[in-house]
Design a protein around this ligand. Sequence first.
Ligand code: NAD
Length: 510
Amino acid sequence: MQTMPTSTVDIDDVLRNVPRLEGAIPMYVDGAWRLARDGATRDLINPANGERIATVAEAAESDAELAIRAARKAFDEGPWGSMSAADRAAMLFKVADAIDAHRDEFVSIDTLNNGKPLRECEYDAVDAANCFRYYAGYATKPHGQTFDVPAPSQTFTVREPIGVCGQIVPWNYPLLMAVWKLAPALAAGNVCVLKPAELTPLSALRLAKIFEELEFPKGVVNVVTGAGATVGHAIAESLLVDKIAFTGGTKTGRSIMHAATSNLKKVSLELGGKSPNVVFADADFDTAVDYALFGIYANAGQVCSAGSRLLLQESLHDRFVERLVERAKKIRVGDGFDPNTEMGPIISPVHRERVEAYIKIGIDEGATLRCGGKRMGGALAAGNFIEPTIFDDTTPSMRIVQEEIFGPVLVVQTFGDEAGAISMANDTVYGLAGAVFTQDVAKAHRVIRKLRAGITWVNTYHPTYNEAPWGGYKQSGFGRELGTYGYDAYTEVKQINVNLDVQPSGWFGD
Ligand code: NAD
């Protein structure tokens, strides 16, 4: 079902607080706004209608180098790392308040740039402010341990910032992914070189304006806009960067990990997924159908933790799929600015073609296309819209079952018993998320404990909390964001031993 595009959005108004230099949106480096040294720019395109939104500076390696050097100087010589945790926290609370104060702007910017419906961007903006609040609060909490070692030593640990953190994020949650990285890093006293996805840099640049207005010390937060293969790679490889935190595709993660060997920098990777949503016959039917839809079609399936494999118990299968298809066909697809829209576009024509190629692969592999599968025409023809799609009658070895499609494409698999569900659920190279729907509490716990995945849900799908860790098993990456784990990932642990009986050891004769 289509909603109509809204042609009433005033782009200048949405971007009113995003700086411009010579007609282009500049980067934020060393506390100043600057264009690329070679003057290169990139046009940003609205995925809902194919129209140009703005022109943004396109950095080259040398621009990344400038930002890295500024960050290095800020960490080595600036006040940020040595500031008291309470002072840092106070500044981060102000960032949270500023995001809240400008929530409407952040919401419109992400809808304009990413295409997702306003209500999804609203969740992201609320979460983003709360993420800063969470880590502002955590900055001043106890972080070390003491150890009961033999006398005369006293031993304890302190957590210290790692240093210059390169942070590379994808386009599917432009504001939130940037904040998940910046907030814990800054709370722990690090400095940051953030590279947003080249397609969606606008909300990160708007956020940079907040850091500028709040007078964060120069070089503490740098936002460099440009391509992954150049700017992203330069950050991952730089000898001046101490840690790289990446969210994105598994293939890119592998390349970043390789580049990071240059100086053995710390690496954390949040990668792709092909997450199982397991529904047993005794589940609450309407709840399970509802979350199966939400699991795959939220953000048009462009979610790392999407429930892209629906595992149905045999006896439930026919009735469940019938209802699911009925509801999927009713999803209102359209321009994110239309308040009636429930699902927005795919991020770009290139990505839409990738998703379409997978739909063709599914058909060629012999799966049954139960609904969707087509590009949307009519009023939506100029945007990158694809119908909510469901494949049934799949086999575990099919590519559409094994590979991440990252679009509104659900594959249905069928299992007999609990053991079969578990082995099918774990049968991909990924291990990011998974869910179980059943009214049998013991069964829910048994199955969840057997899932090889870092984020799991029982009788729900997708809720994500700033307070709880986020990350994957297997080829979905390593390290955890959010919660106390997310803070720890931006710290080094220093062991401190104090001799309480100060006299020569006598080990060597005098
Ligand atoms: P991507 O890997 O193509 O790009 C992500 C970021 O990496 C972008 O900023 C890009 O410019 C940069 N990049 C690309 N090549 C690079 C290179 N060689 N060196 C350094 N940086 C490089 O991913 P995408 O298409 O933007 O996002 C989709 C992917 O992200 C999906 O696989 C999805 O599952 C994953 N994702 C994971 C999580 C998570 O928390 N696990 C969250 C969101 C998205």
